[in-house]
Write a protein that binds this ligand. Structure first.
Ligand code: GLN
Length: 540
């Protein structure tokens, strides 16, 4: 049995209460006390992973170094704790069933009827314990997706109940996140939904040790007492989680409420040493006291749902704080952009980012945004599809190849400047088959990219099928659009930059996935700097 101690975080009443942020904040505090912490998420849906989900359904798909397509909460875990997560940190119902069915076909259960209990719950528990068993962690936090009471989460909740029994009470903490609504008409905070939600947990055999209560107002001491009494928890284990100005305040708010101490007491671990969170506080200081401001257009087709570009938005928060600069993101729907309105919509921006994406919708609008940034020398950053847009725009308007296209948008194009890799052409299945995860890239000395990173060997994460077609490389470089980052093994183009432009850089990889509070991504830091310089030059 694993030596790690386990914290399970469930949610009730409604979804979107911020279990991910609470888990990440608690993880941060425990880490800041010197514990080795990881966080994992168990999602009750049937997809094997969120890679095949539309961003509108589920927000961004977060990719880890090992190429796992995961839930966006893993992004929060990495950003808060500055740790690396992997496929083992995100498990869905689909994956659990897939594992069990594979074992069944192999004959592992010969003679037995395969059932939810014990086979599915055993598989869930094996996955609960997997990271803890590596010996790399003192504490493993497990977030259970969805709400208590959902049909889908039942096997997970049952597995948590069994885990408590197996691990022993000194190695197990159950935290339940819930909502305390405020009824304006009655002028009161209401505990009933929480009571019901805890009752559902109790029915499943789980007594929560700690309640974390999302609320718009301060919890009165009467409410705390009432919750404690009716939900069977110590009153000092009723934790207030009031709406915060930024998600990065939450670790400090949880510290104030002593969530970390309560957890450590339950786990019989020492909390004598105060958490070392000075650096975090410094970051917050810079974030909240900007000395300047820039406006950046984020051009994409999923802009109605901000979660679709979660990591990009957060990378700007980190890079902005680093530059003591507030970054105002102006979300521009690429489907609405055309040659007639592009100047009107983008003219007051200090930087233009063309976002990652898939499919043809909004493609031409993105090309218009690139053209404007290139010609008017506005700082430009293209990520993945954003780089591919920059390449096509350059081919059409500078290299004079009017038919230039990506084979993703026009499979029959005569000028496939962006094309599928040979290996990808054989792929027929959709799930988990893109170029995924961390790949090496070598930067050319003297390039902007090199100056940004300060060294030549980098590793960045990918999620795409199409690539720059190296047959056109010479033509591009002669005209001043340089490939300055190359994969040393495959020679695939990873970064391109325009020679005669203050800041026009595109990456085939996703730098946003590696930006954290403590290590803001250098490409974002420099892009914000370029936007600041542009603002000063333009409005001097
Ligand atoms: N659709 C493009 C590709 O598959 C870009 C993907 C992305 O932006 N993540 O190559």
């Amino acid at each position: 049995m694993s030596k790690a101690k386990y914290i399970f975080v469930t949610g009730g009443v409604t979804s979107s209460l911020g279990k991910g942020i609470i888990s990440a904040s608690l993880g941060k505090l425990l880490q800041a006390r010197g514990f080795r912490v990881t966080i994992q998420k168990f999602d009750p849906y049937i997809n094997i992973d969120p890679g095949t989900l539309n961003p509108y359904e589920h927000g961004e798909c977060y990719v880890t170094d090992d190429g796992a397509e995961t839930d966006l909460d893993l992004g929060h875990y990495e950003r808060f704790l500055d740790i690396k997560t992997s496929q083992d940190n995100n498990v869905t119902t689909g994956r659990i069933y897939n594992n069990v069915i594979t074992k069944e076909r192999r004959g592992d259960f010969l003679g037995k009827t395969v059932q939810v209990v014990p086979h599915i719950t055993d598989e869930i528990k094996n996955n609960f314990y997997k990271l803890g068993e590596t010996g790399d962690y003192d504490i493993v936090i497990t977030e259970i997706g969805g709400c208590v009471g959902d049909i889908e989460s039942l096997p997970f909740i049952e597995a948590v109940r069994q885990a408590r029994f197996e691990l022993g009470i000194n190695n197990f903490v159950s935290i339940h996140l819930t909502l305390i609504p405020y009824l304006k008409a009655a002028g009161e905070q209401k505990t009933k939904p929480t009571q019901h939600s805890v009752k559902q947990l109790l029915e499943a055999g789980i007594q929560p040790d700690i309640l974390v209560c999302r609320t718009e107002h301060t919890l009165t001491s009467e409410i705390r007492k009432k919750l404690a009494l009716f939900c069977n928890v110590a009153s000092n284990c009723v934790i207030e989680a009031q709406d915060a100005e930024t998600i990065y305040d939450v670790p400090l708010l949880m510290r104030k409420e002593k969530l970390d101490e309560r957890v450590l007491t339950k786990l019989k671990l020492s909390h004598k040493k105060e958490p070392q969170i000075d650096q975090w506080k410094e970051f917050l200081g810079r974030l909240k006291n900007p000395t300047d401001e820039v406006r950046i257009a984020l051009v994409g087709k999923y802009v109605q749902l901000k979660d679709a570009y979660k990591s990009i938005a957060e990378a700007f928060v980190h890079a902005g704080a680093h530059n003591e600069c507030r970054v105002e993101l102006s979300w521009i729907n690429s489907e609405e952009l055309d040659g007639d309105n592009v100047v009107r919509l983008l003219k007051d921006k200090h930087g233009i980012l063309v976002a990652p994406g898939f499919g043809e919708r909004g493609w031409e609008g993105k090309l218009q945004a690139v053209k404007y940034a290139r010609e008017d020398k506005i700082p430009f950053f293209g990520i993945c599809l954003g780089l591919q847009c920059a390449v096509i725009e350059f081919a059409r308007n500078v290299l004079n190849i009017p038919k230039a296209n990506s084979t993703e948008m026009d499979p029959k194009t005569k000028a496939p400047v962006i094309d599928m890799m040979e290996a990808q052409k054989k792929v027929t299945k959709m799930g988990g088959t893109m170029r995924l995860g961390a790949y090496a890239c070598e930067l050319k000395k003297g390039s902007k990219a090199y100056s940004v990173y300060g060294h030549s060997k980098i590793m960045e994460r990918h999620r795409h099928r199409y690539e720059f077609n190296n047959k056109y490389l010479e033509q591009f470089e002669e005209a001043g659009f340089l490939a300055t980052g190359i994969n040393p093994d495959t020679k695939l183009v990873e970064i391109m930059e325009l020679k005669d432009h203050p800041w026009f850089v595109g990456s085939q990889f996703h730098p946003e996935l590696k930006s954290t509070v403590m290590n803001p991504h250098p490409l974002f830091v420099r892009f914000v700097k370029a936007a600041l310089a542009f603002k000063k030059d333009t409005y001097k």
